[in-house]
Design a protein around this ligand. Structure first.
Ligand SMILES: [Zn+2]
Ligand SMILES: [Zn+2]
Length: 254
């Protein structure tokens, strides 16, 4: 499985893009940025977008991607997949003809840019060439983590979450997992904010770590840009070498 990091951060900074990963060139895993990291032909290649939740730092790239697709003559429909409450939020709060045009009806209802697909929670289903299990996690709005695999190797993606259990319990049963992509938003001194915003700090990750699939690397994404150095320093003291900050624009093979 090939994973290209389009955006590694939990917000936008100078050359720091919000969360998005491109899996095997065809599937977006969150969409905090798309056009800022990919050429137009690369964007047109995308067939599926798997979204953890509807917060803007995970979906705003879809706005400009759908517009790019609408202006492209030869294209496939883009399927946006997530749990039903996330799809509902996208329909009513983003692609609602107020914040952005409803590209599930454009350019024509018969040949739209976008189609929505609701996924069943905690069961494995096919999305593109991958097997996907969405699992609700603990954030301020309905949010799903995902267990993904291609039959040979797999990864777990946390989405945005505070301490959580069901995702890790299911992930530990999946023998193909080679990597955990885990969020961390704030440094330890902002633990109170992490608690109300339902995010992780390095200290919370240290407590969470025994619940994760054992012995696999933990890639940290979603650091708020202004805290990158501070969080990096705090993470370097936990996990015995397993924990690393994911590198934006790098393509990983797992
Ligand atoms: Zn976020
Ligand atoms: Zn969020």
């Amino acid at each position: 499985m090939k994973i290209r990091v389009l955006g590694a951060f939990g917000a936008e900074g100078l050359a720091q893009r919000p969360a998005a990963f491109l899996v095997n060139d065809r599937l977006l895993l969150d969409a905090g940025t798309v056009g800022g990291a990919l050429s137009v032909p690369e964007q047109v290649n995308i067939e599926h977008a798997l979204l953890s939740h509807a917060h803007l730092d995970h979906v705003v790239g879809l706005a400009f991607l759908t517009e790019t697709l609408a202006l492209t003559e030869v294209r496939r429909p883009l399927t946006v997949a997530s749990l039903e409450p996330v799809i509902h939020a996208l329909r009513t709060s983003v692609f609602n003809d107020v914040a952005w045009p409803d590209f599930s009806q454009l350019p024509t209802p018969d040949n739209p840019v976008l189609q929505f697909r609701s996924l069943a929670g905690e069961s494995e289903q096919r999305v593109g060439d991958l097997w996907v299990t969405p699992v609700p996690v603990s954030h301020t709005v309905p949010t799903s983590g995902f267990i993904l695999h291609d039959g040979t190797t797999g990864v777990v993606f946390s989405g945005d979450t505070g301490p959580t259990d069901a995702l890790w319990a299911l992930a530990r049963e999946q023998r193909l997992i080679r990597t955990v992509i885990l969020e961390c938003a704030f440094p330890n001194r902002l633990a109170a904010l992490a608690d109300v915003a339902r995010h992780l700090t390095p200290r919370l990750i240290e407590r969470e770590i025994d619940k994760l699939p054992p012995d696999v690397p933990i890639w940290i994404y979603h650091v708020k840009p202004q805290f990158t150095d501070e969080i990096g320093e705090e993470l370097s003291r936990i996990g015995g070498g397993r924990v690393m900050l994911v590198e934006q624009d790098k393509t990983y093979s797992v």
